[in-house]
Design a protein around this ligand. Structure first.
Ligand SMILES: Nc1ncnc2c1ncn2[C@@H]1O[C@H](COP(=O)(O)OP(=O)(O)OP(=O)(O)O)[C@@H](O)[C@H]1O
Length: 339
């Protein structure tokens, strides 16, 4: 059995809008080892949700996977017929969509909604479904007596736990959670992330956690994949990548977020400017227009992804000067004078 559960290679996904194509994901590659939490992080619009949805092949009507491979448990699921893909969903790969806690149907009890998955998808009879629903509530720390409650009777944090219970229903190998704690306050965020971590490690599953917040990644993930404008710019083990990033965008992201543990950090520095158009992205490095370290070559040549130590990689022409990038990139004035 391979150590890698999921391997994404050169994934390309486009959205057709009129006669234009938005290249939302443009050659993204990353791995998810078994039994790990991988954080997929980047600003709004960089393609995280598009990647997450492409992995389950639940994509918008105007979206198309135009290239690459998604190898899950040894099979390229990018090429799997829809019937087989459908069999994989919930059982092997479960998806917790963005705002899952608000997407529970208000007119049905939670038990009814769990049954949809347990009975219809999992083929369980009423008795087994009831027992599994109770077990799932127990797992996510909600009193099983509350199964007959309606979504509005739960707090935001509890509804997010229900969304996690739903995802766990059929014992998947991989859960993809899109911004699972974004709408919650920091204390509840920590509780949910602690719970996710505890369940992930107890059940030995893998999780892809999609978030714009690098402090969420630092809090709970084993590995991090940083996306910018449809591409992976840096990836690696969480501690090595967050403490010693080699891509200016990761350095900038780190400066822009407070620490979820509440530790004192320096001044928060935003990255000036906005991501480029994905219809006609700039040549070269897509971060170059906002990068305080950009050279001429950065504006013309796409940087190759270079391996660093221990599975850490970065796609930056100046990654060999990473120490200087970190030192200068931690200074506020570096970013204020950029672009
Ligand atoms: N259905 C769609 N039709 C056209 N463009 C889309 C569609 N969905 C997303 N996009 C565009 O694709 C790009 C990537 O969007 P995506 O939602 O994947 O980014 P994201 O990083 O997940 O951001 P967010 O956190 O805001 O969801 C954006 O430019 C977005 O506007």
């Amino acid at each position: 059995m391979s150590e890698t559960l999921l391997s994404v290679r050169d994934l390309e996904v486009g959205y057709k809008v009129g006669d234009r194509v938005i290249h939302a994901v443009d050659g993204a590659s990353f791995d998810v080892p078994r039994g790990t939490i991988v954080g997929l992080v980047g600003e709004s619009g960089c393609g995280k949700t598009t990647v997450a949805r492409a992995l389950t092949r639940v994509i918008a009507d105007n979206a198309k996977i135009t290239g690459g491979e998604i190898v899950f448990d040894g099979r390229n699921i990018a090429a799997l017929p829809e019937r087989e893909m459908n069999r994989l969903r919930w059982r092997d790969i479960a998806f917790i969509p963005q705002s899952a806690m608000n997407s529970l149907d208000p007119v049905y009890t939670i038990e009814y909604q769990l049954n949809e998955v347990l009975k219809n998808r999992g083929g369980m009879d009423a008795r087994r479904a009831r027992a599994r629903a109770e077990e799932l509530f127990d797992m996510v720390g909600i009193e099983p007596g509350r199964l007959r409650d309606f979504p509005h009777q739960f707090s935001g944090g509890m509804r997010q736990r229900v969304a996690i219970a739903l995802a766990l229903a059929l014992d998947p190998k991989l859960i993809i959670a899109d911004e699972p704690v974004t709408a919650l306050d920091v204390i509840v965020q920590r509780q949910i992330l602690d719970q996710l971590r505890e369940l992930q490690s107890r059940l030995g599953i893998s999780v892809i956690l999609v978030t714009h917040d690098i402090s969420v990644v630092a809090y709970v993930c084993d590995r991090v994949v940083v996306m910018y404008a449809g591409r992976v710019v840096e990836a690696g083990p969480m501690a090595a990548t967050i403490t010693a990033p080699a891509h200016p965008y990761t350095i900038g992201l780190r400066n822009a977020f407070p620490d979820l543990k509440g530790a004192a950090t320096g001044m928060l520095v935003p990255i000036e400017g906005a991501p480029p158009s994905l219809v006609e992205p700039p040549p070269g490095c897509r971060f170059a227009p906002r990068c305080p370290f950009a050279l001429d070559i950065c504006r013309t040549e796409v940087p190759q992804t270079g391996a660093r130590s221990n599975g850490h990689s970065a796609a930056c022409h100046r990654a060999h000067e990473a120490e200087m990038l970190r030192t200068e990139g931690s200074k506020t004035e570096t970013w204020l004078n950029a672009s």
